[in-house]
Design a protein around this ligand. Structure first.
Ligand SMILES: *[C@@H]1O[C@H](CO)[C@@H](O)[C@H](O)[C@H]1NC(C)=O
Ligand SMILES: *[C@@H]1O[C@H](CO)[C@@H](O)[C@H](O)[C@H]1NC(C)=O
Length: 115
């Protein structure tokens, strides 16, 4: 094996360690309400940035306000912070990284949202 080959291998090993150090553990949950996971609690690891995703689901009520229905937590390779509207359903997305389980802090805690 040539010296440059060895150097390349070493470099590869170092970058692997580096990326692992950069990875963030995110909370996974299918139904997160008032700070607790009710359904499908797990975790996932992402090295993408910002790869921890929080999606708050709101339903437009008859009284004209958006009422929080539930929150979903997961990992995403392409997370975009945005509000999406599907008729009377609003999905509000947050992304984060760098702190393990950071996505749980973006879950909607108050029940009502007027935006
Ligand atoms: C992630 O979940 C697994 C089980 O799915 C569990 O064993 C592990 O401890 C969890 N990791 C963290 C950091 O909570
Ligand atoms: C609202 O939340 C319930 C679980 O509490 C879920 O079964 C239902 O699919 C959700 N509705 C929408 C429109 O996301």
């Amino acid at each position: 094996m040539g010296k440059s080959m060895l150097l390349l291998l070493l470099l590869g090993a170092f970058s692997l360690v580096f990326f692992q150090a950069q990875a963030t553990v995110c909370m996974v949950c299918q139904s997160f309400k008032r700070g607790h996971c009710l359904v499908g609690k797990s975790n996932c690891t992402t090295k993408y940035s910002p790869g921890c995703r929080t999606r708050n689901f709101f339903i437009f009520s008859q009284t004209g306000i958006w009422v929080h229905n539930h929150t979903e937590l997961d990992c995403s390779k392409a997370c975009f912070a945005e509000n999406m509207y599907f008729g009377s359903l609003k999905v509000s997305t947050f992304c984060c990284k760098g702190e393990d389980f950071c996505n749980r802090f973006h879950g909607q805690i108050v029940k009502k949202d007027i935006y």
